[in-house]
Write a protein that binds this ligand. Sequence first.
Ligand SMILES: [Zn+2]
Length: 186
Amino acid sequence: MTPPDPATVPDLPAALAARPRDPRRGLPIPPVNLHPGPDGAPSAVDFTTINTTTSTDLAADRRCSLCGEPMGYWVAFLGTPRAAELLRYTDPPGHPECMTAALTLCPHIAIARHRRARADRPGGGIMPPGAHGTKPDGWTLGITRTYRSVFVAAHGFTVYLPAPFRTAYAYAYGPDGRLHHRTGTV
Ligand SMILES: [Zn+2]
């Protein structure tokens, strides 16, 4: 079986389209961006921070962090080129189709000037150990079959260790500040 090519996936996969929308921007709200509100209900939306309880549960069930549906044969990780090199992520996996859509839907990924100064992960919030340093100059979408989840109790979050990528796609910011596909399979 061949991993899906990002060039051929729809702009908005059906499972993402079925998610509740952010009223301000109309963006689908991933389950991992819902946070407990003042009354404890998962009502507060924050696109820049990941609810690590939700993301850990979804990943343990092999469900997509962006649409919440079960992942199939392939799973995808989206992060910095460095994360792809180390095969170490603090952001949970998702459908290749959903992760590809995030590249264009998620403002702080799609547009360079929306990048937060120290952000080198889509979720923001917690800086994982060893992830500090240079600003990301792009993103890598890696596609594989399996991954391991390791809960780092000292930091209160889960680290995801994907199996070697079957394919990976690199994206870089162009002179216009927008993200462009750079290279194909690695
Ligand atoms: Zn999905």
